[in-house]
Design a protein around this ligand. Structure first.
Ligand code: ADP
Ligand code: MG
Length: 476
């Protein structure tokens, strides 16, 4: 019996929509988003659906986590028993990593505090033994234990764990983590380093930012010690380079790094990289280096979802022995959404505030401590809250502000209150007008325009509005 469909694109489109119904959005995007339908082969016994994957890591993960779901869905859609054949991007023209040699390490490797750029040797003469290991550049705080895993970082996290477990000869080489600031890239890649170093103190793990690498290289040129700089980096077992986007425009450093990269890669040593954006969006980096960045596995980190934000706050509070009421956790997790760094900043600020006031943390204190770092306008503000805060600010009874009076100071307060209601509540212009003594929506528009125009031209007025805004936010 022929299959119901025969184009791989159609089959996969239909599978995708079924999968999307059964897998939550973030994991769906992470694991199924990059799959490309390649071919559909109809055979007597079994059909075959060939799916392209960006790396072996996806294959391992899909087999380990979604194998039966994927098989079921494909069988359903095709209407025939179908084998799924994964095809992983191959780099046929690229060199294969050589097996790692474990006997390479010499016993004279001993920790010293010396930086590689300070060692002197005559340039052009390859030192006979690798430069000594430096003091660790890893921060002890950045461990897997302290890292909260969530849907937003699942791919990056699980790949990082896999690499930490098997740092030589992993198939995810290089491993590139990318994403916006404060999402945990540095933490995660250092966690790999810490895990590897903890297990084997003799292993040469080196974490370096691209800026440090650059300045060490420049220093080595000045000191005539490029050979020992190169030898040092080529002797590393696990090289972690942070913020590689800063290699942009630095041609000589890129060239040096390119050679270091090739050497390590050929020897099967692990390279881990971080960038603040996807490789294709990094500018000023030579194509040959960029293409190497893409050889292994690239994983993006997304802004943390609500659950992850909540878990992070709870975890941080616990580790610092701070008691945070549930409603405080909810309040912060709902309002500080952009990244983990801001979340941590808010918590630190709150803790400092509580210490200063010598009071236990509660919701009222949290509002006060964080009123000006809260990103999003508090959606739960009511018209009443805004009216009351504005009347308080201008020190006038609420009913006077809402009255029909045309007195200048009353009109002004009323306009400000309307403007802030528009900004902070979900109500329509019509509803706002109604709540200000049954006025028309055009009055509200006029009020908003007047306030905006005055803010543009009168600094003092602008400051007043800013103060009122803070007061209103505190009422949330
Ligand atoms: P990036 O390098 O992406 O800018 P960092 O790794 O410096 O971000 O993270 C910023 C802060 O947030 C660090 O203190 C880090 O410990 C913390 N952090 C980020 N993500 C997590 C996470 N998933 N769990 C726990 N802490 C995190
Ligand atoms: Mg970082």
């Amino acid at each position: 019996m022929p299959a119901l469909m025969s184009s791989p694109d159609d089959i996969w489109a239909s599978c995708s929509s079924r999968l999307a119904q059964r897998v939550p959005p973030q994991p769906y995007k992470t694991w199924f988003g990059p799959i490309e339908p390649r071919a559909f082969v109809e055979q007597e016994e079994r059909c075959e659906l060939h799916l392209g994957l960006p790396s072996l890591f996806y294959q391992d993960w899909l087999n380990g986590h979604y194998s039966s779901l994927l098989n079921d869905v494909v069988d359903e859609v095709v209407g025939e028993p179908t084998s799924i054949i994964f095809e992983v991007e191959s780099r046929a023209s690229e060199p294969e990593p050589a097996p790692t040699s474990s006997s390479r390490r010499a016993s004279e490797d001993e920790a010293t505090d010396e930086a590689p750029s300070q060692e002197r040797s005559r340039d052009g003469v390859e030192p006979t033994r690798p430069a000594p290991i430096e003091k660790s550049t890893l921060s002890g705080a950045y461990t897997f234990k302290q890292f909260i895993q969530g849907d937003c970082n699942e791919l990056a996290y699980s790949a990082a764990r896999a690499i930490a477990d098997k740092p030589s000869g992993s198939s995810y080489n290089p491993f590139l983590v990318y994403g916006g600031v404060g999402l945990g890239k540095t933490h995660l890649v250092q966690a790999i380093g810490n895990a590897v170093q903890d297990r084997d103190r003799l292993r040469r793990v080196r974490y370096v930012s691209s800026e440090t690498f650059t300045s060490q290289f420049v220093q080595a040129i000045k000191n005539n010690s490029v050979a020992s700089f190169s030898a040092y980096y080529r002797s590393i077992d696990l090289l972690i380079v942070d913020d590689v986007q800063f290699f942009g425009g630095k041609e000589k450093t890129q060239e040096e790094f390119f050679h270091v990269f090739n050497e390590l890669y050929q020897q099967g040593r692990q390279i881990v990289l971080c960038a603040d954006r996807a490789p294709r969006d990094i500018s000023g980096i030579e194509d040959r280096l960029l293409s190497r960045f893409r050889w292994g596995l690239s994983a993006d980190m997304q802004a943390p979802d609500l659950e992850t934000r909540t878990a992070i706050l709870q975890h941080k509070a616990e580790t610092h022995d701070i008691s945070l009421p549930g409603e405080v956790v909810d309040f912060i997790a709902n309002r500080i959404t952009e990244n983990v760094r801001n979340l941590e900043g808010a918590l630190n600020r709150l803790v400092a505030y509580a210490k200063l006031h010598r009071e236990p943390i509660d919701l009222a204190m949290t509002r006060e401590a964080l009123y000006d770092v809260i990103d999003d306008a508090p959606a739960r503000l009511k018209i009443d809250d805004v009216q009351k805060a504005v009347a308080d600010y201008y020190d006038m009874p609420l009913d006077r502000m809402l009255s029909r009076s045309r007195k200048q100071e009353i009109v002004m307060a009323r306009q400000v209150a309307m403007f802030l209601c528009k900004q902070f509540t979900q109500h329509t212009l019509k509803e706002i007008g109604m709540r200000f003594g049954g006025r028309d929506h055009s009055t509200v528009i006029h009020a908003c325009k007047t306030v905006e125009a005055r803010c543009e031209t009168e600094a003092d007025y602008d400051r007043q509005i800013e103060e009122t805004r803070k007061l209103v936010q505190r009422a949330a």
